[in-house]
Design a protein around this ligand. Structure first.
Ligand SMILES: [Zn+2]
Ligand SMILES: [Zn+2]
Ligand SMILES: [Zn+2]
Length: 515
């Protein structure tokens, strides 16, 4: 990177990238289309618009979108066995039930062989803690799709289980191939960190000077897995968004390498070509609204109480944590051709992007669909004769299993963090015309955006970033909404806010922390 050039994380891609982001979204309505615009008006910056030929009816799907990057929360992995590539559930009813009830021997991935169905019986539970889940196949077939009964393990030996060849291959060619921790127990990340620090200090010059070209020898290959494992262990112990941000860095790296291999002399051989390849690979991430994580995270009240010093300390601690994470990632991935990618601020800005865009990834557990199916059978049964035909025992067993799950009270749906390019372009409104919703039948990690009321061609698509209504469905007063929105760093100028604030509430001064 040339001296004085814009740092990678602050570099804004051109309008073409913006158009690409909109094409990431598959419009739902017939003849529908969504369009990204650089200026949504009203000082809001970019926005997403409905560009269909006809109005989108209320309740219709505006668009669906696969995430650019997504990761399941570490804490959720044992309860919800999902493909790391697309977050479809992998396995059958017995396995999901065991996982949900925490009887699967979590974490290692070795528990993943489905327990054999026990002998038929009414209780639903069998000796040895395994379960019989009657009519599973039937229920899945009725729902239009079924999760793959068994997955495919990562070739790197880390135990990750994919839904099939396509996801495993894509992950191996891309980010996971670079960040796969391999087999064996995770190294102690604190010791790894000590070693990495000592090494950086003991070497003359900045760490960037020490090249770690990929696959230069076998030792480096081993080293990469060790540092990847340490990086992931540190993330799991501190903030698992680091792991997701690390995957983004690895994704950019793998695409930059391929791009450079294809165009080694564009615009000129050497550093210029590498820099062009890196910026090209960064482009889709460049669109996300970013700030440095340690600067944009709201300071918790306990820390703020200590006055300015308390907040300073809090931010310094976050800065240190992010620095540690970046150091471990650098040891795992550093490539001397793309030094700009390994700056602490790149990782910090990606973590900040996930925080600021606040986009949850959810996939519903197929058990939910199963229980609904069994319930519909139960409700459909009227006469005693029919009940006998449908094996009353099965229905009772399913009801017992459902009660078991409810008692366990763990979240058995897949939950995580993701970055959706098109959705992240949507502006906030306290009276939004769209909402993200996932149903039992949505099998993967796509975001689904539905129209809340009819949307005319050319109208901006908006969502609410906050819970703008209370439990009773009453709109919260404008000052409360503004307080909830403060972390996003802007003051809402939606028609409701303008009207309410203008009518009865004096407009408060500039929001603290807002630009
Ligand atoms: Zn998959
Ligand atoms: Zn792996
Ligand atoms: Zn508003």
């Amino acid at each position: 990177m040339a001296e004085g050039a814009t740092p990678l994380w602050r570099w804004a891609p051109d309008a073409g990238a913006l158009a690409d982001a909109a094409t990431a979204a598959t419009a739902g309505g017939a003849g529908g289309k969504v369009e990204a615009r650089e200026d949504a008006g009203g000082g809001k910056g970019r926005g997403l618009f409905w560009a269909g030929l006809a109005a989108l009816p209320a309740g219709a799907l505006a668009f669906r979108e696969r995430p650019l990057a997504a990761a399941q929360h570490v804490s959720n992995r044992a309860a919800a066995p999902c493909c790391p590539g697309c977050h479809r559930f992998v396995g059958g009813g017995e396995r999901f039930l065991s996982a949900c009830l925490g009887r699967g021997g979590e974490g290692t991935g070795d528990s993943l062989t489905a327990t054999p169905p026990a002998a038929a019986g009414g209780s639903g539970s069998a000796p040895g803690g395994s379960f019989r889940v009657p009519r599973w196949k039937e229920a899945m077939a009725a729902g239009g799709w079924a999760p793959p009964a068994a997955g495919l393990r990562c070739r790197g030996g880390c135990g990750a289980e994919y839904c099939g060849v396509a996801c495993e291959e894509a992950a191996w060619r891309g980010a996971h191939g670079l960040l796969c921790p391999g087999a064996g127990p995770a190294p102690a990340w604190d010791e790894a960190l000590e070693a990495a620090r000592a090494e950086e200090e003991g070497t003359a010059g900045p760490p960037q000077k020490r090249a770690r070209p990929e696959s230069s020898n076998a030792e480096n290959g081993l080293g990469r897995q060790f540092w990847s494992a340490a990086f992931l262990a540190h993330a799991a112990a501190t903030n698992d968004v680091f792991a997701l941000a690390g995957l983004c860095v690895a994704d950019v790296l793998s695409r930059a390498r391929r791009r450079l291999a294809e165009r080694p002399a564009e615009p000129a051989p050497g550093a210029a070509a590498a820099d062009a390849a890196l910026r090209w690979a960064w482009t889709p991430y460049g669109l996300g609204w970013k700030a440095l994580w340690w600067e944009c995270v709201p300071c918790p009240p306990e820390s703020a109480e200590g006055g300015n010093g308390g907040e300073r300390e809090f931010r310094a601690a976050l800065r240190g944590l992010a620095g540690d994470s970046a150091l471990l990632l650098r040891r795992a991935l550093f490539d001397a051709r793309f030094p700009a990618l390994f700056d602490d601020e790149v990782l910090g800005s990606l973590v900040g992007m996930f925080e600021l865009n606040n986009l949850d990834m959810v996939v519903s557990n197929p058990l939910a669909r199963y229980f609904r199916y069994m319930e519909s059978l139960r409700e459909g049964v009227t006469g005693k004769e029919e009940a006998g035909g449908l094996a009353e025992g099965d229905l009772a067993a399913a009801a017992a299993l459902e009660a078991l799950i409810e008692d366990a009270d763990t979240d058995c749906h897949c939950s995580g963090t993701a970055f959706f390019r098109a959705q992240s372009l949507m502006n906030h409104s306290c009276d939004p015309n769209c909402a993200a919703r996932k149903g039992d039948a949505d099998a993967d990690d796509s975001a689904m955006l539905y129209a809340l009321r009819p949307i005319q061609p050319g109208e901006e698509l908006t969502i609410s970033y906050i819970e703008e209504r209370d439990e009773d469905g009453q709109l919260r007063p404008v000052e409360e909404r503004r307080r909830l929105l403060r972390d996003y760093g802007f003051e809402c100028g939606c028609p409701l806010c303008v009207k309410e604030a203008g009518a009865k509430i004096p407009v408060p001064g500039p929001t603290p922390g807002a630009p």
